[in-house]
Design a protein around this ligand. Structure first.
Ligand SMILES: NC(=O)C1=CN([C@@H]2O[C@H](COP(=O)(O)OP(=O)(O)OC[C@H]3O[C@@H](n4cnc5c(N)ncnc54)[C@H](OP(=O)(O)O)[C@@H]3O)[C@@H](O)[C@H]2O)[C@@H](O)CC1
Ligand SMILES: Nc1ncnc2c1ncn2[C@@H]1O[C@H](COP(=O)(O)OP(=O)(O)O)[C@@H](O)[C@H]1O
Length: 296
């Protein structure tokens, strides 16, 4: 996919300087970190695959997908053999993961809640390593259903939560209408409650870190399709695994996700029928378009 007109403004490049840096010539895959994606209960393997695929296209050195199932639902991901596969229980034991994305298609069963408890406890035990943990989708719904899990999440050292409006309402124990009526207050309350970064998704996604609220202006209704939030989690997770600060990685991930959708809209003459699975390649094109290479 290439489009000679694809340009990233100087203003955006200045906002996200680490995202648009050229790769060092002497890099190797370890330079770009390992991301662990945990999700994909039976019937929702696709959510974790979408997140993992997005992370691979966003430049993570290695991507693991851990399925919340007793055995692997597939030997390899068709079309994406680069991604390493494990069960969630196996993957959560690894100590070489630089960032986690947890929750895409994770499921809401009692056993999912128990697994999330163990993951959060490991995050607290390994707090000195400060490994960022992004919680999305069912992981967020589980926090809203189990106060003990929410309390554990608050103790994790570097947490990012990415609710849509309904998930935010569940976390705050208010109605979705109340969240929609004052999105800035809702996102600030969430970042305060969890002591980390909160992303309130939707039209003009907001990102808060307890000090500031960033409003994103890229993206379009083509994103209103199943799985596009899973892709966002993978994009942000990959930037975190690459060692970019949580504040920059989260805002840049939200911007890139929306810009990828805008690029697809321009390429295909409209927003209708955009697929979540198309976003990762488009996001790669946008990121590369923003990198300034010094010709030698
Ligand atoms: N291929 C796969 O495997 C896929 C798997 N997926 C996985 O599925 C799991 C469940 O995720 P989920 O978001 O569909 O369920 P849930 O949180 O109950 O939300 C639905 C409810 O919330 C509401 N609602 C939703 N968004 C809203 C908004 N912006 N603003 C306002 N309201 C909103 C909506 O209300 P409605 O508009 O329908 O009345 C409805 O009541 C999760 O793990 C995810 O990763 C999906 O990603 C798809 C692809
Ligand atoms: N109308 C819209 N304008 C801009 N972004 C949108 C719009 N609708 C959805 N999105 C984006 O698409 C993603 C949807 O995520 P989510 O609701 O979690 O979907 P899923 O659970 O199916 O992956 C979010 O990043 C959201 O900001």
């Amino acid at each position: 996919m290439s489009n000679p007109n694809l340009q990233v403004s100087a203003e955006v490049r200045a906002l996200f300087p680490d995202v648009f840096k050229a790769r060092p010539v002497d890099s190797h895959k370890g330079t770009f970190g390992s991301l662990g994606v945990i999700g994909g209960a039976s019937g929702m393997s696709g959510a974790a695959v979408l997140a993992g695929t997005a992370a691979a296209y966003m430049g993570a050195g290695k991507v693991w997908v851990g399925f919340n199932q007793d055995s692997l639902p597939m030997p390899i991901i068709p079309g994406q053999p680069e991604i390493l596969l494990a069960t969630a229980k196996e993957l959560m034991q690894r100590k070489d993961i630089d960032a986690w994305v947890i929750g895409c298609g994770f499921g809401l069963s009692d056993s999912s809640a128990e697994l999330l408890r163990r993951i959060l406890l490991l995050g607290i035990e390994r707090a000195e390593h400060n490994v960022p943990m992004l919680l999305d989708a069912d992981a967020l719904t589980l926090l809203s259903l189990h106060e003990d899990l929410a309390a554990l999440a608050r103790q994790c050292p570097s947490i990012i939560i990415t609710p849509h409006a309904a998930e935010a309402a569940r976390l705050l124990h208010v109605s979705t209408e109340l969240v929609a009526a004052d999105r800035k207050t809702a996102v600030s309350a969430l970042s305060d409650q969890y002591g980390g970064i909160a992303v309130l998704k939707g039209y003009q996604t907001l990102v808060a870190d307890g000090a500031a609220v960033y409003q994103n202006n890229s993206g379009n209704p083509g994103l209103s399709t199943g799985g596009s939030g899973d892709v966002l989690s993978g994009i942000i997770g990959a930037l975190l695994a690459q060692g970019i600060s949580a504040w920059q990685a989260t805002r840049a991930g939200v911007w890139l996700h929306g810009a990828a959708a805008d690029y697809l809209r321009d390429l295909h003459g409209g927003e209708i029928g955009m697929l979540a699975g198309e976003l990762p390649v488009a996001a790669r094109a946008v990121r590369n378009a923003g990198v300034i290479r010094v010709k030698g």
